[in-house]
Design a protein around this ligand. Structure first.
Ligand code: ADP
Ligand code: ASP
Ligand code: MG
Length: 456
């Protein structure tokens, strides 16, 4: 069997939606399980509705209009979706007069309308196309999670439950991405962009032969196309390469997507619904062959990063200093990305600074703490990149040549990623510069010889 996941940009655009339905119909012999996201824009709209009490009525109506317009454009109607829109009207009307924003379980239930509507509409379209299909909530498909609303984790028994729930598939299941369910039946969400993760969880639990992520780019590209319009698809990546890219900002894959696939060694394909014949990217356990001795595969970039430096001439060389620093971060659930140390200080980067203030207050007892916000991590990714002869020199010479200051450098800890920190406002320029400077805009045939080969 295969898992076919269609993102919001695929289901939300009528032309792409029609292609998606055809692709599932054609994949019938491969026994597909479909995973869908909300129509593009819908999750953002519900996030805003929760956040902005004064705009609730307007945003609630906009969700209804978005789906009605979509139905007019695609010609797809569904009784199930109509009933859901009725429930949506009732739930959002009940919020009127409530000043506090819906949170936790209430918020996740409102968010779930996006994916539930999309699944109902996709299943209806499949049936109209002659394919027996049924919309399913992730919870009914066995995806049980803990109660961390907004960022839920699947429970250890989720794979078994998924395998049981989907053991017999007389009709093609169209499962809601992004959602889970607590063991007592409350809807949870897995974090923004989480439908990719849902697809991987289902694929791993069912032992899929392949997990397909259908989106609006022809694969995982050599950079974010919004930053580098000439970015090209990377044909072959290892799990490690794709994980690093996803983690460091390549939004096309949710950062957790590769974990379940890796555990079961299931290949992941990233494909373009608008150009279904393009080969896309294939992510497999093994490293893809490099098309040149020195070209890296892709450059990712994550903004909104905070750096924390703890300096202590007294303590650093003392036993347990680093352990104390990390114990504080750990206790405050602060996730640390990059780490660099000097003789008298340690610097780390933090992506989600929500709980940082409390951690900083405690760190001040250990040393002098400096917090710098508004930074970005740029990650240059390719198997062997950190140890490649000449690569680091080349990267930092390019950046130095246009006076982009580099704050922190991390190489070597991972075998696939050379990463560094710059000011947020320099990040796009750095990515564009490196994309060109490292030859990612060239065909393999146009590449110059590797620096090491040139020296030999
Ligand atoms: P979907 O609706 O299919 O889940 P997303 O918007 O979540 O789509 O992800 C696709 C988008 O990710 C692309 O349109 C692109 O703007 C962005 N993106 C960022 N980095 C990359 C990359 N390296 N390769 C492809 N897309 C990327
Ligand atoms: N609809 C959800 C979001 O926008 C999940 C996803 O698209 O993967 O975050
Ligand atoms: Mg996505």
């Amino acid at each position: 069997m295969i898992v076919m996941k269609f993102g919001g940009t695929s289901v939300g655009v009528p032309e792409s939606f029609a292609v998606a339905v055809r692709l599932v119909r054609e994949a019938r012999p491969r026994d597909p399980v479909v995973v869908v996201s909300a129509l593009s824009g819908v999750t953002n709209l519900i996030v805003d509705l929760c956040r902005l009490p004064e705009r609730r009525a307007d945003l609630a109506q906009r969700l209804v209009d978005r789906h009605l317009e979509w139905s007019r454009a695609t010609g797809v109607r569904s009784r199930e979706a109509d009933d859901m829109l009725q429930d949506w009207r009732a739930e959002t009307a009940a919020l009127a007069g409530r000043a506090e924003p819906p949170a936790a379980g209430d918020r996740d239930r409102l968010l779930s309308f996006g994916e539930r509507l999309a699944a109902a509409l996709f299943a209806a379209a499949l049936r109209e196309a002659g394919v027996d299909a049924v919309a399913m909530r992730a919870g009914d498909a066995g995806l049980v999670t803990d109660e961390r609303f907004g960022a839920a984790h699947p429970l250890p028994e989720a794979p078994r439950r998924i395998a049981e729930a989907l053991a017999h598939r007389p009709a093609v299941p169209v499962v809601t991405g992004f959602l889970g369910q607590t063991t007592d039946g409350r809807i949870t969400t897995l974090g923004r962009g989480g439908s990719d993760y849902s697809a991987a969880l289902l694929g791993a639990a069912l032992g899929a032969e392949e997990i397909q992520i259908w989106t609006d780019t022809s694969g995982l590209l050599s950079a974010d196309p919004r930053i580098v319009p000439e970015a090209r698809p990377v044909p072959l990546l290892s799990f490690a390469e794709a994980s690093e890219l996803a983690y460091f900002g390549a939004r096309v894959l949710h950062p957790k997507t590769l974990l379940p696939a890796m555990e079961r060694a299931i290949p992941v394909r990233v494909l373009n619904t608008a150009r279904p014949d393009d080969p896309g990217s294939l992510v497999t356990p093994a490293a893809g062959p490099a098309d040149s001795a020195w070209r890296v595969k892709s450059i990712a970039c994550k903004k909104g990063i905070t750096a924390v430096t703890v300096a202590s001439t007294r303590m650093l060389l003392a036993y347990g200093f680093l352990a104390r620093v990390f114990e504080v971060f750990g206790r405050h659930h602060v996730v640390v990305d990059l780490v660099t140390t000097s003789e008298v200080s340690i610097s780390v980067t933090v992506d989600d600074a929500a709980r940082l203030d409390e951690a900083v207050a405690e760190l001040e007892a250990i040393g002098t703490v400096e917090v710098r916000r508004g930074l970005a991590v740029v990650a240059v990714v390719g198997e062997g990149a950190p140890r490649r002869v000449g690569l680091a020199g080349h990267v930092f010479t390019l950046l130095g040549g246009v006076a982009i200051p580099v704050e922190m450098i991390s190489q070597g800890a991972s075998r696939v990623n050379l990463s560094f920190v710059v000011a947020e406002e320099d990040a796009d320029r750095a990515v564009r510069l490196l994309h060109r400077g490292l030859g990612l805009d060239l065909d393999a045939a146009e590449l110059p010889p590797a620096p090491s080969a040139a020296r030999a």
